[in-house]
Design a protein around this ligand. Structure first.
Ligand SMILES: [Zn+2]
Length: 391
């Protein structure tokens, strides 16, 4: 039996609520879509599905599936079909590879070739930091796959990012707005970090979303510092302007525990708590571990230890597993987390940053962070280890 149908690509003409706003769009140079928008599935997860695209002359197809040549893709089952995306058109394509791991970029728009050089450098720098930190590439749990990631980048009216499966679609505001450019790099580096923290290993319960999302933001910031695309001043600005403002203005701030608002729809309603407060809780524990071990250990040891012990397994880590690993490196951390993550106390980020050796204050709802005039050598080394960049 043969089924023919037409897919309407006017999706962008409608105001969608968050979450499904990027399922298809059309540009002068091509078409973006996600598997779930065009594939009709019969309910059976068939292996051995082949996809073939017939496109106009001069077009190419960048798809998230395994490329088997001659314009065909091999699909491993229904999940691979629905959790997928592609861009078909006259766009630029490039790969960043490490062994079996492939990051495939599809970059469209009038300035695609310029953007390609910049994205390639960013992807390589970020990948080098993450793979160096974890000592290897992502490890997929049984039945999953983390070895091919598609990143589609196109210009559009405002910066936006969306993730489907392991694949990332980014819309870049090309008006030259520096916040838009920073935001898009943040989305990319955050989602990329999830290939380890979130996909290779993951929490058993949503109570630990603070570690999956918030701590990923901390490492995203570190990655952008190392890639030379985030100055120290800009980082301190983002800590307040984005994270502290979203955190301290969250209606649950100081009233509910971060873990209490981390499940389902709450997670998106309380972005500030999980992504902001969770990041600050991670920074606080990093400072404490570094001080307790005279710089010998850090939050890196916690996160890489989870990768080592849980990476690629079908078992999520428990709250006790996470908390006891942190507490083991810095006695008192269990109490801190019980108070500020699993309890309603606000994360004292100004105190933690001062502990690190920075000049940090919260005045009139603003978190101000600066370097101190006379840092001790220990403070200087700690700040460099936590927030150091390429400069
Ligand atoms: Zn995330």
């Amino acid at each position: 039996m043969k089924l023919s149908y037409v897919v309407d690509l006017k999706h962008e003409d409608h105001e969608w609520s968050a979450g499904i706003d990027g399922s298809s769009y059309v540009r002068d140079w091509g078409v973006f879509s996600v598997g779930r928008a065009f594939a009709v599935m019969n309910g059976r997860s068939d292996a051995g599905i082949r996809l073939r695209f017939e496109v106009p002359d001069g077009w190419r197809v960048s798809g998230s599936w395994r490329d088997i040549g001659a314009g065909e893709f091999a699909v491993s089952g229904n999940d691979d079909l629905s959790e997928s995306m592609f861009f078909a058109g006259r766009h630029e394509e490039f790969k960043v590879r490490r062994g079996e791991f492939e990051l495939l970029f599809a970059v469209g728009g009038p300035k695609a070739s310029e953007r390609k050089a910049e994205l390639s450098k960013l992807a390589n720098d970020v990948l080098n930091y993450y793979s160096g930190l974890f000592g290897g590439m992502p490890k997929a749990p049984p039945g999953a796959s983390l070895d091919k990631i598609l990143v589609v980048v196109n210009p559009g009216p405002s910066t936006d990012g969306e993730v489907i499966g392991n694949h990332i679609s980014m819309i870049l505001d090309t008006s030259g707005d520096p916040m838009g450019a920073l935001f898009s790099r943040f989305i990319f580096a955050h989602e990329f970090f999830h290939l380890w923290n979130g996909k290779s290993f993951y929490p058993a319960s949503t109570d630990e979303e603070w570690f999956k999302e918030g701590v990923s933001n901390y490492y995203t910031m570190k990655a952008l510092r190392k890639a030379g695309v985030l100055t120290e001043e800009a980082m301190f600005g983002v800590m307040n302007g984005l994270f502290f403002q979203r955190y301290s203005n969250d209606e649950a701030y100081g009233k509910k525990a971060i873990s209490e608002v981390s499940s389902g729809d709450d997670k998106h309603r309380h972005w500030g708590m999980i992504y902001g407060g969770g990041m600050f809780a991670g920074i606080c524990r990093d400072v404490t571990i570094r001080k307790a071990t005279a710089g010998g250990k850090s939050l890196d040891d916690v996160i890489t230890g989870l990768f080592k012990d849980f990476g690629g397994s079908s078992e999520g880590y428990s709250r006790n597993e996470l908390v006891s690993r942190i507490d083991k490196l810095s006695i008192g951390s269990e109490r801190f987390l019980n108070d500020h993550v699993y309890g309603a106390g606000a994360v004292p980020i100004d105190v933690c940053l001062r502990d690190a050796g920075l000049d940090a204050t919260i005045t009139d709802g603003t978190l101000s962070v600066k370097r101190k005039a006379n840092e001790s050598p220990e403070e200087k080394a700690r700040i460099a280890a936590m927030f150091g960049g390429s400069e």
